[in-house]
Design a protein around this ligand. Structure first.
Ligand SMILES: Nc1ncnc2c1ncn2[C@@H]1O[C@H](COP(=O)(O)OP(=O)(O)OP(=O)(O)O)[C@@H](O)[C@H]1O
Length: 862
């Protein structure tokens, strides 16, 4: 029997490490390459498009795919974005220094939710990891962005969990192995942790020891048992699973106070295109208003858009800062120039704590705090600003330290050297002196010895066996001084060493090695010094984000003609000449957005029925009203001539279902579920946008449901403000019975059968929907357009009949089909008609009927 071949030691080591990371893709460092094996290799080659090979393994073969280690920065993000968890296994010893197999171990596990890698991260978006803990029907939730150090907790029912997921958009979710992930989150990257990670006592101990506190009271989360438990699991995951134990930059944990914010559900966020556009090339509201210069500013603006404020004085503080910057345009320009030179401080501090910061990045950090110091100095002349934004921390000491210790130009890699300035370490200066003097020192020595001995041909050289030596040709042997030590005899020459040369050699040979060790040590010291200031840097970074947002929004206001909104406690929305900020930016060249006024009020004009032809601009009016209110509540100027907003607590939007069929549910059912959700959650401060609700069913069902919803909203105690866009003119009749429902329509002008869209919202209902004209504009065949016109006419003339629409359409269709068939003046059809009229049905036998049919068929060539 053939003896089974043993696996190689390398594969043995690989298998042992891989067994500890069965869920991760293992990048195994071998020399200058990262290799993957087996299933990992198959996946890697597919995702990265690299070659898959095979190598002998025991008695069989194993798949292999690898790439050079320096490509890891470009390949790793692709693997993580494809949803992989990637374990990086490095060589833990210098292969030159060991005999046999080098020690290896996983140094980092990069997952979609846990990474410091700039290529995996998006600069203007947080990268959150969400931890879930469920007890009965309640969830504990904790969010961490390990790249920036933000750490948040909350707890509540499923609805709150979903809102948090939609708001913070985590890249990965961790949860307890023995619990179930809610079905709504099944499409997210997720990972199960063992039960021990979700123990309250463990969590409490972990959090208090990390923050060096006795309790969690100071963070306001002492009572959140479930939230704290979820937060503890984050520590377990970061430290135990993903090897991220260096978390000094997580300096606090915060409660998510959702009651402070205007709520929008996921549908509304998508429908209003707040942070994502609904079509691939389109722009979101965030794209339009984001003029921030720093990643922190961009991330803060995004957060503000998703969590607008309710508190009027907080909003006014933001507005006042923008107003101030609008006036002080010179100061604003100077601040803006300084902001451009500020890097992602939060993420640099994260890398600093994790000991992943390169000298070049530390240089960016230094430049950033220098710029902040300059901004601080500039704002000093404007003490009023302190009413709207806290003062920046003074960073002069740290700047001085960094300027004193680090060179101006810094390399990416510490091994490149020249990081630490001259004058910081005598030893380093001496070694560098030796290194740079090197050749000069030998030339000097050579000249000295020639003069001393008179041997003009002597030379100083180096080889690997003897190191440095002086070589003298045999003819001059007798001139060699006594203090030289003979080392080697050649055919024509002798080689010597001297004390001085030995001393030089020991210094010069070790110098390079020592320089890099010493520089590394001094660099680490500098990093530690910076870590002392971590709180102040993070606080300054937060203030930079605020100022950056304000500068960006001030530029937006001036460039795009936005005005300062007035926020008040009323229940009214009063907008004069409001515009839709996204549509106005996407109109074809030369077209201008037509502004519109909107007034909604709980007591007098609670519900507006907006009718008008397709494409008239009904949806635009609905959405711009919500967007203007939303922008006002994030503390931004708004695209309107004048806007007074009674603060809102919730915005709901629902659009008649059209494209949910792929989700497998009845579209109409979805629509009704969503409408029911609104009706159950409204308050007197809510704004509701209903866009063609009811269109998912037959006309009369649709009208009835839309009517019933409008009636319910009117009679509901909250009297929530509602904009209702509809094609059902029947709904215009509601004003007769419901006093706070008002009719408006988006006007058009008809000109010889063509429509001109005026896009002005005017008082009163409209007569018909003009859908057919739009079909014509869209290039529908004229036969279809004409036919639709005929049907419409008949339906409208029979408005009073008891027939329902379906029957009407069927009857009209049948009548017209008969008519058109016999009106055709084709000669063949004329012959058929003649044949048919000659037949006497009463005497026709079945055989004759068949023969007649056959001859008719022949007449039409069949
Ligand atoms: N006030 C406006 N000024 C200029 N263009 C506008 C205005 N309002 C809408 N538009 C343009 O008209 C298009 C259609 O607008 P919108 O979708 O609001 O119409 P609609 O009445 O809701 O149509 P439908 O009933 O078919 O859904 C928009 O995409 C935009 O290009």
């Amino acid at each position: 029997m053939a003896k089974a071949k043993k696996e190689t030691p390398l594969m043995g080591q690989y298998n042992t490490i891989k067994a500890k990371y069965p869920d991760a893709l293992l990048l195994f460092r071998v020399g200058d390459f990262y290799e993957t094996f087996g299933q990992d290799a198959i996946k890697t080659s597919q995702i990265l498009g690299i070659v898959l090979t095979k190598r002998a393994n025991g008695d069989g073969h194993i798949e292999l795919a690898g790439f050079p280690h320096h490509s890891v920065d470009s390949y790793l993000p692709k693997l993580v974005r494809a949803g992989m968890r990637v374990a990086i296994c490095d060589q833990l010893e210098d292969p030159k220094m060991v005999k046999g197999i080098v020690k290896r171990g996983v140094t980092e596990l990069v997952t979609p939710g846990v990474t410091f890698n700039d290529q995996v991260l998006t600069s203007k978006k947080n990268n959150f990891l969400l931890s879930l803990h469920k007890e009965k029907e309640k969830f504990g939730m904790a969010l961490v962005d390990v790249s920036t150090g933000e750490f948040l907790v909350s707890e509540g029912p499923l609805e709150k969990l979903l809102h948090i997921v939609h708001t913070f958009d985590p890249s990965e979710i961790i949860y307890q192995r023995t619990s179930e992930l809610p079905s709504q989150l099944k499409n997210k990257n997720s990972f199960k942790l063992e039960d021990w990670a979700y123990q309250y006592n463990y969590a409490y101990e972990k959090l208090t020891s990390h923050f060096k506190t006795n309790s969690l009271k100071g963070f306001g989360i002492e009572d959140q048992k479930l939230g704290v438990t979820a937060a503890g699991a984050i520590f377990a995951y970061l430290v135990e699973d993903t090897h991220h134990a260096l978390l000094q930059h997580i300096t606090k944990i915060q409660n998510i106070p959702q009651d402070d914010y205007l709520m929008m559900d996921n549908f509304t966020l998508r429908n209003l295109e707040i942070v994502y556009s609904s079509n691939y090339q389109g722009k979101s509201l965030l794209d339009i208003i984001d003029k921030s210069k720093t990643p922190m500013g961009g991330r803060l603006l995004r957060r503000r858009l998703i969590l607008p404020l309710k508190n009027i004085s907080d909003i006014n503080r933001r507005l006042s800062l923008i107003e101030f910057l609008n006036k002080e345009d010179h100061l604003k320009y100077e601040i803006e120039e300084l902001l451009k030179g500020i890097s992602d401080l939060d993420r640099l501090v994260g890398k600093l704590a994790a000991e992943k910061i390169s000298p070049k990045e530390l240089g960016y950090l230094r430049q950033s705090i220098i710029n902040i110091q300059e901004i601080k100095a500039k704002l000093h002349n404007f003490p009023d600003v302190l009413a709207w934004i806290n003062p920046f921390n003074n960073m002069e000491d740290l700047i001085r330290y960094l300027q004193m210790h680090l060179n101006e130009d810094l390399p990416v890699n510490i091994n490149k050297g020249n990081v630490i300035k001259t004058g910081i370490s005598e030893e380093l200066d001496h070694l560098r002196g030796l290194q740079s003097k090197g050749r000069g020192f030998l030339d000097d020595m050579c000249a000295r010895e020639i003069e001393r001995t008179g041997i003009s041909s002597l030379k100083i050289d180096f080889n690997n066996v003897f190191g440095y030596y002086i070589e003298v040709r045999n003819t001059h042997k007798d001139k060699v001084p006594e203090d030289w030590i003979r080392k080697q005899t050649l055919v024509n020459a002798e080689r010597y060493i001297t004390e001085e040369l030995k001393e030089y050699e020991s210094q010069i040979l070790g110098a390079e090695e020592k320089i890099s060790q010493l520089e590394l040590q001094l660099y680490r010291n500098s990093c530690e010094e910076v870590l002392i200031y971590i709180d102040q840097i993070q606080e300054n970074s937060r203030l930079v984000a605020e100022l950056d947002c304000a500068v960006g929004l001030s530029n937006l206001a001036i460039e795009d003609n936005y005005t300062k909104p007035i926020l008040n406690d009323s229940f009214a929305i009063d907008i004069k000449e409001g515009r839709h900020p996204i549509i106005e930016k996407s109109l074809p060249l030369g077209e201008k957005y037509i502004p519109n006024d909107i007034f909604l009020d709980k007591d007098s004009q609670q519900i507006i029925m907006v009718t008008g032809p397709n494409m008239a601009g009904k949806s635009a009016i609905l959405r711009q009203t919500a967007i203007i209110a939303l922008l006002a509540q994030i503390g931004s100027f708004v695209p309107a001539k004048h806007a007074e907003i009674g603060t809102l607590d919730k915005i709901f939007t629902r659009v008649g279902a059209t494209d949910n069929i792929s989700a497998g549910e009845s579209t109409f059912m979805v629509e009704m579920n969503e409408a029911a959700n609104i009706l159950n959650n409204i308050s007197e401060r809510s704004l509701i946008l209903l866009d063609e609700i009811g269109r998912g069913t037959s006309t009369y069902d649709g009208v009835s449901i839309a009517w019933a919803i409008a009636e319910y909203l009117h009679q509901h105690a909250s009297q929530a403000k509602t904009l209702f866009a509809t094609h059902y003119h029947e709904l215009n009749e509601m004003t007769l019975n419901f006093e706070r429902i008002k009719n408006f329509h988006v006007s058009i002008q008809e000109n010889k059968g063509n429509i001109i869209f005026l896009r002005k919202l005017v008082s009163g209902g409209s007569e018909h929907s003009f859908g057919i004209h739009v079909a014509k504009l869209a290039g529908m065949p004229s036969k279809v357009v004409n036919r639709a016109g005929e049907i419409l006419k008949t339906l409208e003339s029979n408005r009073t009949s008891s027939e329902n629409s379906g029957e009407k359409i069927k009857r009209v269709t049948e009548e017209n089909m008969q008519l058109s068939f016999f009106q055709l003046d084709d000669p063949v059809l004329e012959n058929i008609r003649e044949e048919l009229t000659k037949i006497d049905i009463n005497t026709l036998t079945p055989i004759e009927a068949l023969m007649k049919l056959n001859s008719i068929k022949k007449m039409i060539g069949g």
